[in-house]
Design a protein around this ligand. Sequence first.
Ligand code: B12
Ligand code: SF4
Ligand code: SF4
Length: 327
Amino acid sequence: MPDESEPFPSDTMQRAALVKQKARSLGFDAVGIASAEASRYREHLRQWIDAGRSGEMAYLHERFEERVDPKVYLPGAMSVICVSMNYQVDDAFKAGVDDHADDHGSGGLIPSEDELRIARYARAIDYHTHIKPRLYAIADWLREKVPGTTTRCGVDTAPVMERELATRAGIGWVGKNTMLIHPRIGSFTFLGEVLTSLALPTDEAMPDRCGTCQRCIEACPTQCIEPYTIDASRCISYLTIERQSDFDKSTPGLSGWLFGCDVCQDVCPYNGKAPLATDEKLRPRLPAMVGRTEVLSWDEERYWSFTRHTPVRRVKLPQLQRNARHA
Ligand code: B12
Ligand code: SF4
Ligand code: SF4
């Protein structure tokens, strides 16, 4: 086991081992290293946006060149340290995916007419604030060990193709539902990365393990999944979180979701076997369901106290109530 406190070794394999040890010590469940080469899916992303599949998410094309090339985002970048953190929680879902494969992924939690669901990731502390300091800790440590090194960190909001990079770093594959899936941890994971000018040995990309499975495609309530791509403009996660404009008659139903959607992950066999999150801070603060009439009766004060420190705050009260009416 390499010793973190020792002077930084000149051997790149030992450096990579130390970097991984550092990331694990900060609570990341998987870590791998990719080269900072440009995306292989540049054209796919271009066509996806041009076809209107990104809906109102203007940020996806506003910084397109940075998004498809880490060297534009961080000039001189050589490697990308990719990390993931498991946020799986112990709901009735853990009773076994097979028992629930036909219930459209409610995960065993069948909501009543009045109950609305909140996606797992949004029930815990906002992952951006939880993960960023840990990425900065890796970056600061690297710059201290190798003076002159440059770094840039990202979690979700950075213009970086996080899932493609994570696949290249060998910490999972992109499944038919487009989620990054780790064979042991599953896909209820957050991704983050540290781009660096340091040249580190890269890991082997992970091959696709979806095989003939089609569960996510069959279960998606809005039928917006085609293998390995989704029409985000019809995805419930997009509709409930990203879409600013009002809904109209052509807006797909939200299948009881108030914020986000977990259906294509609940039915995935790799999540049925996944371990629970070990990080105490990722324990849910919010219930899995909340009453529709309750949400519709909220005033600003109740909204601010309910959404405190959680990702649900990304959506303002009028949008949440719009979701509740349409759900
Ligand atoms: C925009 C966005 C969304 C959009 C669009 C999602 C989508 N599938 O494209 C919406 C709002 C719908 C969304 C929803 C969700 N999101 Co989101 N989202 C993002 C964001 C900011 C950008 C993704 C993006 O560029 N999409 C455009 C598509 C075209 O690109 P892509 O998904 O990266 O796919 C590329 C690669 O996968 C590559 N590729 C690699 N291998 C292969 C193989 C084949 C065959 C093909 C064709 C392509 C391909 O090609 C694509 C490029 O064109 C990322 C963060 C980031 N910076 O990357 C988070 C991110 C992807 N989201 C995340 C999460 C948690 C979610 C939700 C689960 C939240 C929820 N519970 O409601 C859902 C899941 C819905 C789903 N099935 O994807 C996590 C995913 C973690 C993981 N384990 O995969 C991310 C990585 C944020 C994070 N840091 O943790 N999201
Ligand atoms: S998050 Fe929900 S609506 Fe979006 S692709 Fe997955 S199952 Fe379909
Ligand atoms: S449900 Fe099946 S097809 Fe969909 S991502 Fe999981 S393993 Fe792949």
